[in-house]
Design a protein around this ligand. Structure first.
Ligand SMILES: [Cu+2]
Length: 240
């Protein structure tokens, strides 16, 4: 990954690959895709079939940086025959956390505000990155969560005009499931265990998680490192 680039990852011949795992482990079943979008902090595991390639065939894995350049991330040279594997149709069983189990709903606004041009000089636009209007303060607990509870977090990317930018919300302590993205069921490869989710400008993503394992103080933050460094981070405490 990069500090803040959003990647569209595909092979040069647009071949189909199978996504088998997301941030927190295996998906329920392999998902065939030609390109996958990953933001800073997100992970995916894929399986690729090279069995029909001739020896010395060269295949490139390409990355398109959103709003940036395209580059070759990996070059694969086929090197003779390998053992051929089949992908199991079921990788794991995963219980969907029912919304009815949630004991509370919290809202998080990831916001970019313009600070205006003049006082920054030279017409430069300043920006202020916040979550729920606040920047990170190590001496402040922003949210308290009861140990054993299940919560829905509604995360919205709200941005002033000309200041819209993607955010990648990352939670420590837990894995979550995505309930919806702008009211719609997430794509199959986003239906597994996640700890980071990309939220484009104007989007609202609803996630659900169980806080069962540990008490303590944890962070949630934008995983675009420049945003995180700029204070787009908060702390939640799991209490008994
Ligand atoms: Cu961000």
């Amino acid at each position: 990954g990069s500090n803040s680039s959003i990647y569209h990852i595909a092979f040069d011949d647009k071949r189909t690959f199978h996504v088998i795992a997301s941030d927190g482990g295996f998906l329920e079943r392999p998902v065939p895709m030609n390109t996958i979008r990953l933001s800073a902090g997100e992970r995916a595991e894929i399986m690729v079939d090279f069995s029909k390639e001739s020896k010395y065939a060269v295949i490139s894995l390409l990355i398109d940086q959103m709003g940036g350049s395209r580059f070759e991330a990996m070059r694969i040279t086929v090197n003779g025959s390998a053992r051929v594997e089949t992908i199991p149709q079921t990788l794991r069983t995963m219980e969907k956390i029912p919304e009815s189990e949630a004991t509370g709903v919290r809202g998080f606004i990831m916001e970019t505000m313009s600070m205006g041009g003049n006082r920054m000089g030279m017409g430069m636009m300043g920006r202020r990155l916040t979550i729920n209007g606040k920047k990170m303060d190590i001496n402040r607990i922003d949210e308290q969560v009861r140990l054993g509870s299940t919560e829905i977090w509604e995360i919205t990317n709200r941005s002033a005009m000309m200041m819209s930018m993607p955010h990648s919300m990352h939670l420590h302590d837990v894995q979550f499931q995505i309930l919806s993205r702008n009211g719609r069921t997430p794509q199959p490869h986003e239906q597994g265990r996640k700890d980071t989710v990309l939220i484009m400008p104007g989007e609202t993503v609803r996630i659900i998680s169980r806080f069962r394992d540990y008490t303590g103080v944890y962070m949630y933050h934008c995983h675009l490192l420049e945003h995180e460094d700029d204070g787009m981070m908060g702390q939640f405490e799991v209490i008994t």
